[in-house]
Design a protein around this ligand. Structure first.
Ligand code: ASP
Length: 337
């Protein structure tokens, strides 16, 4: 899997108008699976994916690597950590302009955000995916893959954090959310405008760079649970999480920060047992406040992150710190508040 398959698509040199010979940027593509690669007879390899997009040869000199070949509902924090580590290795060892990662759409926003937290290099990392598989006449994969390479090859993509492109849209991992089961416009930037778009293979950016933090996580424990409050919630799920050995719990609370009394009781027990508890809003957008009874308990303010992103940040944060205050700092810094 680690084997680097250098698949140069074309000669790295091309004629740049007015400048003579110029070098195409080097882009490394990591394939992880997903609908973009799925056929009835199995997953396409990274080599097969790029051979369906000959236009890539005009954009970059491409090397490819098969990281995994799974549907992204099978993605795990352990694999996400390995992926982030692989990107860090590539930036340390290879003279590349950036990295494209092909991935399933199902957990794409979680993986892209996790990689964003762990990769400090300012060179671009762009995730792409497809809603329609490669053998369909209306597949969106080849266009999305070409767009991802165009974004990485663009000098203005530096220092923008990890991005996601589908449907000619560019989202920052921090705000991206899958909002449709089948449409090619599957992702939206919730709580922010999108980062930019592509038009006829031209990249244009319409949003400024988001706040970023960088974590040095080297191990993850995926026993961090996400619980959504609903009408009638009691302490059962919080207690079950603690009993199952949760190191952290992200609670999607009502509105601006409201929690019914039976849940509050279970939260007291969870905190007393050493579990880090983060609140985010189940509305999916907007900041929450931590009311005094919860700040006294040491509940972490998840700010304006949604539950999925807050969980990924808590997993990454717990991999490098068990200090409640340090973990709160990560959330606060990222919120831009
Ligand atoms: N099942 C697919 C996945 O791996 C869905 C997709 O890629 O669009 O997430």
């Amino acid at each position: 899997m680690r084997k680097l398959l250098k698949g140069l698509l074309a000669c790295c040199l091309y004629m740049s108008p007015g400048l003579g010979i110029a070098q195409l940027p080097q882009i490394h593509i990591l394939a992880t699976g997903g609908t973009i690669a799925s056929t009835e007879s199995g997953m396409l390899t990274a080599e097969e994916l790029i051979s369906a997009v000959p236009e890539l040869a005009d954009v970059a000199s491409i090397s490819v690597e098969n990281f995994s070949s799974i549907g992204s509902s099978r993605m795990t924090p352990e694999l996400q950590l390995r992926l982030a580590q692989r990107v860090n290795e590539l930036f340390a060892e290879e003279e590349i302009a950036g990295v494209v990662i092909t991935h399933g759409t199902d957990s794409l926003e979680e993986t892209a955000f996790f990689v964003d937290l762990l990769v400090a290099d300012s060179r671009p990392v762009v995730f792409t995916a497809a809603q329609r598989s490669p053998r369909r006449v209306d597949t969106d994969g080849p266009r999305n893959l070409l767009n991802a390479a165009l974004i990485v090859a663009d000098d203005r993509s530096v220092d923008r954090g990890v991005m996601i492109t589908l449907n000619d849209d560019i989202h920052t991992a921090r705000f991206a959310r899958k909002t449709h089961t089948t449409a090619v416009e599957a992702f939206q930037s919730v709580g922010s405008g999108k980062m930019g778009s592509l038009d006829e293979q031209h990249v244009y950016f319409t949003a400024s760079k988001p706040p970023r933090i960088n974590l040095k996580t080297t191990e993850v424990n995926s026993r961090v649970d996400l619980i959504r409050l609903v009408a009638g919630s009691d302490g059962t799920l919080v207690r079950a999480a603690v009993a199952a050995g949760a190191r952290g719990i992200v609670l999607e609370v009502f509105g601006r920060g409201n929690v019914p009394p039976l849940v509050t009781e279970a939260l007291r027990e969870a905190v007393a047992a050493g579990v880090i508890v983060v609140f985010t809003s189940r509305t999916g957008d907007g900041r929450i406040v931590i009311y005094p009874e919860f700040s006294e308990l040491g509940i972490v303010n998840g700010e304006n992150l949604d539950g999925l992103k807050a969980r990924m940040l808590l997993i990454a944060a717990l991999g490098q710190s068990s200090s409640r205050d340090e973990i709160q700092d990560f959330f606060t810094s990222l919120s831009g508040y």
